[in-house]
Design a protein around this ligand. Structure first.
Ligand SMILES: O=P(O)(O)OC[C@H]1O[C@H](OP(=O)(O)OP(=O)(O)O)[C@H](O)[C@@H]1O
Ligand SMILES: Nc1ncnc2[nH]cnc12
Ligand SMILES: [Mg+2]
Length: 181
């Protein structure tokens, strides 16, 4: 971001993110983005922060991708502010038409994500959006998937970063976060 985000809005936002210990499994402190939408002031602060962030990218991005499912809360709005398309990245078997697919390793087992092959054109500049970066696995896999379309991932944007996990080090593109925990 070229200008620093508004610190009062950031505080309001952070104060309204509820944390749930041991969800969905023991040892995980779950940061719930949905709690923001229960409070009008926090919701408006988030809206304003997203708008400022998006406008700081004006002219630099051709297409916005977001990661199922929580990324869908923000991707379409950022696309709208910039006047550019929004394209979803989804779990296997959810998207119609011709898709590109990437299977990637998890701590246990594998996962698979897809994007419609006409979602981005070779050489286009892309932004990937999600609510949160933890290990960085989802953003890393999404960057790899978009490489198969030939688009260039200029930046990844998240509302929350779990800084201790150092997920951004894994991601092959620049990562911008509004809040760090
Ligand atoms: O950096 P990572 O370790 O990949 O973790 C971050 C991802 O995990 C969560 O999504 P989740 O897969 O729980 O699904 P959801 O968005 O559908 O709730 C979160 O919304 C991010 O997408
Ligand atoms: N701690 C956490 N809170 C919310 N979503 C997550 N996704 C991965 N880790 C998470
Ligand atoms: Mg998610």
């Amino acid at each position: 971001m070229t200008t620093a985000p508004n610190s009062e809005e950031l505080k309001l936002l952070k104060d309204h993110i509820e944390s749930f210990p041991d969800f969905p499994s023991p040892g995980i402190l779950f940061r719930d983005i949905f709690s923001v939408f229960r409070n009008q002031s926090a919701s408006q602060a988030l809206h304003s922060l997203l708008k400022s962030y998006a406008l700081s990218l004006k002219g630099q991005i051709d297409v916005v991708f977001a990661i199922e499912s929580r990324g869908f809360l923000f991707g379409p709005y950022i696309g709208q502010v910039l006047g550019i398309p929004f394209v979803p990245i989804r779990k296997k078997g959810k998207l119609p038409g011709v898709v590109e697919r990437l299977e990637y390793g998890l701590e246990y087992g594998t996962d698979c994500i897809e994007v419609q092959e006409d979602g981005g054109k070779v050489g286009q500049k892309a932004l990937i959006v999600d609510d949160l970066i933890a290990t960085g696995g989802s953003l890393t896999a999404s960057c790899q998937l978009l490489k198969t379309l030939g688009v260039e991932v200029v930046e990844c944007f998240v509302i929350m970063e779990l800084a201790d996990l150092n997920g951004r080090q894994k991601v092959p593109s620049k990562v911008v976060s509004l809040l760090q925990f």
